[in-house]
Every structure is written in C-alpha cells, then in structure tokens.
Ligand binder design. Structure first.
Ligand code: G3P
Ligand code: CA
Length: 387
C-alpha cells in the first residue's frame, strides 16, 4: 500500500493508471491517456506528484472515521493505516498562528462550551454569507486555544469515536509539519500532507491572511518547492493563485456543487459558478495555475433523485485533457454517506457496500480519493489495481 509507483516495476504509475483505469476499461477518461493539453502535463512537471500511488488515498482530516478529526491521533492513525497523504484544514488564531480545524467555529469539535472563562466569547458571525453562533478561532490566542481539547464532531453517527474525546489538543500546522518530518525520518520516506486554506477571503479582510504565514511555514520545513511532498488546496481560486505566487508547492482547486460560486468570486463580482469551472474553458483556466482539481464525488458521478449513482460525467476526461489531476471528496463507510445503491440495511450509521461504491468511482479514472476511513479506501484501491 505504501509502494512508490515510480520505483516498482509493473506497478501503475500515475499516467499508467489513467491508461489502464480508463482506456483499457473503455470508460470515460480514455482520452486522458493521450491528452496532455494545458501546458502542464499531469503533475505539471512536479516530479514527486508523479510518484504518488494511483489511486491515491488521502486520509480526510486524518482517519476521521475512527478518531476526532484534525488531531495528531487522527493523523497518526491515517499514516499508520498506510494513507498516501494526510489532510489538514487550516484556520488562524487571533495572534496569527495556523491551526488545524475544518472551520473556525470550534463549537462542535472542541470542549470550548465547557470552559466558563470563555463563555463571553460566544458570538454570532456571518462567514461567507452564512450566519453562525458559537466560538471562533480568530477570537482566541494560540495559548488560549491550547487549553481546549478536541472531540468527535458527529457523536450521533460515530459514538465509538467519543472514547477519544479530550485526548488531544487542537494542533498547530507547525506541530503537524514537525510530526510529519519526524515520521518521515523514521520511515525513510516523506510523509505527504494535503493542506487546505479555509475561508481565505474572510480571514484576509480581518487582517489574518492565511497564505503568507502558510508559505513561511512551508519554507521553514522545506516544503515550498514544486517537488515537495505536499499539495495545497482551496475552494477559493484566488487563494490557490496567491499561493502559486509565494511557493512552488503543487496546488489543486476544490469544487463544490455546480450551482455554488466560490466566495472570492462573490466578493470580487466574478459571475462564474462551479458549473462554469468544470467546463473546458474553466478547466483550462485552472490549469494555468494549478495541477489538479478536488471535485465533489457527485461532479464525477451524479446521483438521481433517489440518491443512486447515474452515468459518469465527462469531468475526468475533460480535466485529464487539461493535464489536471482529480482527487474527489469524500468517501465514507457509513450508509448515510453512501449512494443509495450501495447502502446495506436501514441503519444510517452501519457500514454499507463502500467497496462497491469506491470501485464505481475508481472506474471513472479518478487519480485518488479523500476518505474518512483510509484503510477501506486502500483495500478498494488494491482491489482496483489487482483487476
Ligand atoms: O479538501 C477536500 C475536502 O476535505 C473538502 O471538503 O469540507 O471536508 O474540507 P471539506
Ligand atoms: Ca478539506
């Protein structure tokens, strides 16, 4: 599971997987095997990107299906399971430190509500056009934030994970980089990270721009080069572009539902939606500053009204034709998160036929997948490669 594709004869390389996974199977994406448009080529000359096993399994917020997300415990488990990359989402503290949280509202993922000393920090804010009431990282210094403990986000769905509530603090990104460096030395190979800027326009308006401190940390840890073992990501294209001006590290643009407009587009008056960005012209534009896209799985295989998978779109073929990698999100084992045709029984929290669902997604020719349970996705990837 951790083999390096480039150095293992007979294993699929990133390009080889596209050939075997699409053209050989007669599935959408076949054009990719010969399509190296867009000027970058796949990986955009980023040698290390080409060394990632395909399909690449990305531990989503670590191994968040088993541990409270974005904790060192979650990241460690993902790595120990063999995830090829471990994901971090970043938000800032009041004093400008980057910490790992999916959102700046820490109400659901920490014990902040149990700290009477912070009761008066509870407030209501509008973030990217949506109102939230809770506690927010930008209102806490790092020292204050470090007095909190992380907890399971969805205890109703994942009650077993509450066993680990309170075990870990909110990690800084600097701590994660040091952890990755240490684990890399121990394992004799780099530990790949996949790092997302959250709400970058919102934070920049607060004077807490994310990209500059992120670039400083990447430089400090030698992860600022085009062949560094790290991929940067954002739902806001301007954040990806800003990062491209600061560091050479590989980058992807995240894409949500087709009707959505990236928040930086809303702020700047750019009328384009995700539906525009997945068209050939949009993908060509993305390929001018990024090496890939991170679409929702529904953009790869839409669901019908009953939640069942339908026919794959042309996104894999179109993105590959522009030299862009595809790392869709998010695979989860539980019925409630699976397409209706892969659910087993009626308990939304029981595991469904995630291997069947993952096989359908891999067959489209995607290059990797974000997964809450990386061990499951790795088995599905091995099944796919063994075909
Ligand atoms: O970054 C890929 C995926 O994690 C995007 O969704 O909301 O979980 O950050 P989200
Ligand atoms: Ca993310």
């Amino acid at each position: 599971m951790t083999e390096r594709a480039r150095t293992t004869p007979g294993r699929r390389t990133l390009l080889g997987a596209a050939v075997l996974g699409t053209a050989a199977l007669g599935l959408p994406g076949a054009a990719h095997a010969t399509g190296h448009g867009g000027g970058h080529g796949r990986g955009g000359g980023h040698g290390s990107l080409r060394e990632l096993p395909v399909p690449t399994v990305i531990g989503h917020r670590g191994a968040s299906g088993y541990r409270p997300e974005h904790t060192l415990g979650s990241y460690q488990l993902a790595l120990d399971m063999g995830a090829h990359i471990v994901e971090q989402d970043l938000v800032p503290t009041k004093d400008g430190h980057l910490v790992c949280r999916h959102e700046n509202d820490i109400t659901a993922t920490t014990d902040v509500a149990d700290h009477p000393g912070f009761a008066d920090r509870r407030t209501t804010k509008t973030i990217d056009g949506v109102s939230y009431t809770g506690w927010f990282t930008e209102d806490f210094t790092l020292a204050e934030l470090k007095t909190l403990r992380a907890k399971e986000r969805i205890p109703g769905n994942r009650p077993d994970n509450t066993l680990y509530d309170g075990r870990w603090t909110v990690p800084t990104f600097d701590e994660v980089l040091r952890w990755a460096d240490k684990e890399g030395r121990k394992r004799g190979r780099p530990v790949w990270l996949y790092v997302e800027t959250k709400h970058p326009t919102y934070f920049r308006k607060l004077g807490l721009g994310l990209e500059e401190p992120l670039a400083r940390l990447l430089r400090r840890h030698g992860r600022h080069r085009k062949n560094s073992p790290l991929i940067l990501q954002s739902f806001e294209p301007s954040s990806v572009q800003r990062l491209a001006r600061l560091v050479g590290t590989p980058r992807i643009v995240l894409l949500s539902g087709p009707k959505a407009r990236p928040w930086d587009f809303v702020e700047s008056g750019d009328p384009r939606t995700v539906a525009d960005l997945v068209k050939p012209a949009g993908l060509k534009w993305i390929a001018s500053y990024a090496q890939g896209i991170g679409p929702t799985l529904d953009l790869v295989i839409p669901k019908d009204a009953s939640g069942r998978l339908t026919t794959p779109t042309t996104l894999v073929r179109d993105a590959h034709a522009r030299g862009l990698l595809l790392h869709p999100y998010t695979l989860r084992n539980e019925n409630g998160f699976l397409p209706a045709d892969f659910r087993r029984g009626t308990d939304p929290n029981a595991y469904g036929d995630v291997f069947g669902a993952c096989a359908a997604y891999f067959a489209t020719g995607i290059d990797g997948i974000f997964a809450d349970q990386p061990d499951t996705a790795l088995l599905a990837a091995a099944d796919f490669k063994g075909r």
